[in-house]
Design a protein around this ligand. Structure first.
Ligand code: PRP
Length: 209
């Protein structure tokens, strides 16, 4: 049997991804007591899991270190990696939004610049370029909601799931950029060379999702 390497995000998306893979017959029991290990194998040694930071999943798949990966559409939009996006897996649903205090856009318009804090600078640029609006992008790596709270930015572009983080920090969704969810991505070469492992898995996933 051909060896298949799967890049899974550490955290919620990876857990849900593993659940789906197990429903497709992949033995994910090694993950139960993974501890701090980053590379794990199933009992046969034919399936390898690598546990990576969510935003790095496309990189491992693009470079062929992993054959397939499970990643949020938001990350894919930002990274623009040359990988095949094969399936919308239907979980990890959330919205990419512009958010901030209610009057943030009016105040920024009056000031003549719109400062946007985000983990997604490419997505932000594309969104505002399409609207002919020049923005000042401030790249952050987390706790993006702090931006408008401390005066670093006027608004944020970030994912909103339950809306709790925004609410607890006195902000609202001002515009919805798009809806996102988890996607199955496949390395371009692996799709051809490991067809006999990847194709049945895709078919199983399609049946389930
Ligand atoms: C994400 C996102 C928001 C929050 C949204 O952050 O960046 O901050 O979740 O979820 P909610 O609408 O359910 O409150 P994450 O938990 O990934 O942490 P981070 O801020 O360190 O990126």
């Amino acid at each position: 049997m051909q060896k298949l390497t799967i890049a899974l995000a550490k955290g919620r998306l990876g857990e849900k991804g593993l659940e789906l893979l197990e429903r497709c017959g992949i033995d994910g029991s090694a993950m139960e007591d993974a501890g701090r290990k980053l590379v794990l194998y199933d009992k046969t040694g034919n399936t390898c899991f690598i546990l990576v930071k969510p935003s790095d999943v496309p990189t491992y798949v693009e470079r062929g270190v992993a054959d397939i990966g499970i990643v949020g559409k938001d990350t894919l939009m930002e990274m623009r990696s040359p990988v095949y996006e094969m399936l919308d897996l239907g979980f990890g649903k959330c919205r990419l939004c512009i958010a901030g205090p209610k009057d943030a856009l009016e105040r920024a318009a009056a000031a003549g610049t719109l400062k946007v804090a985000t983990k997604y600078p490419n997505v932000a640029k594309e969104y505002y370029d399409a609207r002919g609006i020049h923005i000042d992008i401030i790249k952050l790596n987390g706790s993006v909601e702090l931006g408008p709270l401390v005066g670093l930015s006027d608004v944020i572009l970030d994912i909103v799931e339950s809306g709790r983080t925004l609410k607890e920090n006195g902000m609202d969704v001002l515009e919805e950029v798009c809806q996102v969810s988890a996607r199955l991505i496949v390395n371009r070469v692996s799709l051809k060379t490991k067809k006999e492992r990847i194709q049945p898995l895709i078919e199983d996933m399609k049946r389930i999702v």
